[in-house]
Design a protein around this ligand. Structure first.
Ligand SMILES: [Zn+2]
Length: 268
């Protein structure tokens, strides 16, 4: 496969890694992930379904089966929403041994991140078998498939990259449970782009951005925004500030209602 802008090898590779608990990265797009070299846990092909091939080592058969069925259950929605059509079979790599998972991450990226999953391109996702591994795997699958919409999308920009995956993976956090939203302090897109080690706020509100975009501009609008790497002009907004204001209005109306408008007034 020819190199694609955005996930080729190079010095930017590390910058494309994300996540606090759900990472995404960028790397070789040929789908042939290399085996761990310095890890004690070796991965073998354990399950093959219509759209996925799961490689794992110490993870139980039940875990492997749950990951495979969880991925298959969500696959259709994501490829339909993102209008990619069928994509090449995705390789899923599952580590149970944390040291082995992080050793391979460090080998791949050249440094270690505090993350339990990442993608190395549109056809490879990697996860650690934590209790929420099925949810993490479908999240990473959403990232991987979104690279079919725009090969240069990985963390460009991070607020949208995560919002798309969170929305496609139904990772809604009720805004009424987020004190800063209750108090009317909506983060800016720029704030949501913060380094993953500095802020995980995008994981709290990203679903709401995806939901807003689809409500406002339809799925086609969301796809335009992905292809434009988050340029809000592609969906008719004059500026990021205009987008942010419309998003806040949408969230207030949908989740807070009339009473919430009072609660949502910014504090003096
Ligand atoms: Zn993510």
């Amino acid at each position: 496969m020819p190199p694609h802008r955005g996930w080729g090898a190079g010095p930017s590779r590390g910058l494309l890694l994300v996540l606090w608990a759900l990472a995404a990265g960028s790397g070789c797009g040929d789908g042939s992930a290399s085996a761990p070299t310095s890890a004690v846990e070796s991965l073998l092909a354990r399950a093959r379904t219509e759209h996925f091939e799961v490689h794992a080592g110490l993870a139980s058969d039940d875990t492997v089966a749950a990951i495979a069925s969880g991925l298959e259950a969500r696959y259709g929605r994501v490829v339909a929403d993102l209008e990619t059509g069928e994509v090449a079979r995705i390789r899923v790599e599952v580590w149970k041994d944390e040291a082995s998972f992080f050793a391979e991450m460090e080998r791949y990226f050249g440094r270690r991140y505090n993350a339990t999953g990442y993608v190395t391109g549109p056809s490879v996702i990697r996860v650690l078998a934590v209790p929420q591994v099925v949810r993490n795997a479908t999240h990473e699958m959403s990232h991987a498939i979104s690279l079919r919409v725009n090969p240069a999308f990985a963390n460009q920009p991070r607020w949208l990259w995560e919002s798309v995956a969170l929305f496609e993976n139904d990772e809604l956090v009720d805004p009424r449970s987020l004190p800063y939203l209750v108090q009317g302090r909506f983060p800016t897109l720029s704030e949501l782009d913060a380094d993953p080690n500095a802020s995980r706020q995008v994981y709290e509100v990203g679903y709401l951005i995806g939901e807003f975009m689809v409500a406002r501009a339809g799925r086609d609008g969301l796809l335009r925004l992905i292809r434009a790497n988050g340029d809000v002009a592609s969906v008719g907004f004059a500026s990021p500030a205009a987008f942010e204001a419309a998003w806040a209005t949408f969230v207030r109306a949908r989740y807070f209602g009339a009473a919430g408008l009072t609660l949502a007034e910014p504090l003096p």
